[in-house]
Design a protein around this ligand. Structure first.
Ligand SMILES: [Zn+2]
Length: 106
C-alpha cells in the first residue's frame, strides 16, 4: 500500500463552436480525407465537399447529427442517384459536379 493513484479530474471545457469540421475519404476520386464536412448546428445545415474533385452535397441536419451521419447520408444518395431503378428525386451528383447548385427554398 502507499501507492495512491491521484487522478486529476478536470472537466474539459470544450470550446462551444457551432461548426464542426470532419474529414472523410472521397469515394469518387479516392482522396483520403478529401471530403470535409461542416455542420452549422445553429442553422441546422450541413455542407460536404471534396477538396480534390467537385463532389458536393448540402443538406439540412439536426443538432444531433454528426459529420459521419452527413457523410453516410451523402453516400446513400449517391448510390440512389447512380441506381437506374431509383427514383430521381434528388439532384444527381453529376449536376452538382457541374456546379449547378439548387437553390434553397427558404
Ligand atoms: Zn473527391
Amino acid at each position: 500500500m502507499g501507492k495512491r493513484k491521484t487522478k486529476k479530474i478536470k472537466p474539459k471545457a470544450k470550446p462551444r463552436t457551432s461548426k464542426i469540421s470532419s474529414q472523410f475519404d472521397c469515394p469518387f476520386c479516392n482522396t483520403e480525407k478529401g471530403i470535409s464536412i461542416k455542420i452549422n448546428k445553429d442553422a441546422k445545415f450541413a455542407e460536404l465537399s471534396c477538396q480534390s474533385c467537385e463532389a458536393k452535397y448540402a443538406t439540412t441536419c439536426t443538432s444531433l447529427d454528426a459529420p459521419i451521419d452527413i457523410y453516410v447520408d451523402w453516400l446513400d444518395r449517391c448510390r440512389e442517384a447512380s441506381d437506374p431503378n431509383a427514383p430521381q428525386e434528388f439532384p444527381t451528383l453529376t449536376s452538382a459536379m457541374r456546379g449547378e447548385e439548387s437553390d434553397d427554398e427558404d
